[in-house]
Design a protein around this ligand. Structure first.
Ligand SMILES: [Zn+2]
Ligand SMILES: [Zn+2]
Length: 190
């Protein structure tokens, strides 16, 4: 079963769609220092992060996502060389998604803030519950109780089979962020 979620940045310039396939996705909550640095770089921590410095991502296959409007308002940064490509809007400085630095890897982590969801209830219905809350060691303030301190190793086999399934079914492309194997915007290394 799948469902289409509309994607929209804060100011409405960048828009798109995401096909939600529960068996081909993970709803995650990340408190890592890299996601926090990304939010600082965008100078938009208040709108992006929760009070513990966390943000939610929906990890799935690139072929499930499209950008229909405002493609020219999307830019890309890397926190370090060979790091993830972190795509964001330049109109309202909001995160869009993360990808690997190669178009060949069938993985995309879409920012939940980029989705048009009416509230927590709709979010839960559409995306399902958070499968893993990770990197609590970077939490701001008291570490919330349900968070893993690092990334739980027990979760890795699930990611491995997700990647294999994606490669086998060629779900890495088309990707909204790569054209002919090249990123649509030149990544800036911070
Ligand atoms: Zn993170
Ligand atoms: Zn915008």
């Amino acid at each position: 079963m799948s469902k289409i979620v509309k994607l929209k940045c804060l100011c409405g310039t960048v828009r798109g769609t995401l096909k939600i396939v529960r068996k081909s996705s993970f709803h995650v909550h990340c408190l890592c220092c890299d996601c926090q640095s990304f939010a600082s770089h965008l100078n938009n921590k208040k709108k992006i992060l929760d009070k513990h410095g966390g943000s939610e991502l929906f990890q799935t296959y690139p072929a499930f996502m499209t950008i229909t409007d405002g493609l020219n308002k999307i830019a890309c940064v890397q926190l370090k060389e060979k790091g993830l490509y972190r795509w964001h809007t330049t109109c309202c400085n909001m995160p869009v998604a993360n990808t690997m630095n190669s178009s060949k890897v069938p993985f995309i982590g879409v920012s939940v803030k980029f989705m048009e969801l009416a509230g927590e209830k709709e979010k839960l219905e559409v995306l399902g519950p958070v499968a893993v809350k990770a990197f609590g060691k970077y939490a701001i303030g008291k570490v919330p109780q349900d968070v893993h301190i690092k990334f739980p190793l027990s979760f890795l086999p699930k990611i491995f089979s997700f990647m294999l399934k994606g490669l086998f079914n060629k779900k890495g492309s088309p990707s909204p962020f790569f054209k002919d194997g090249q990123p649509i915007a030149k990544p800036t290394i911070l």
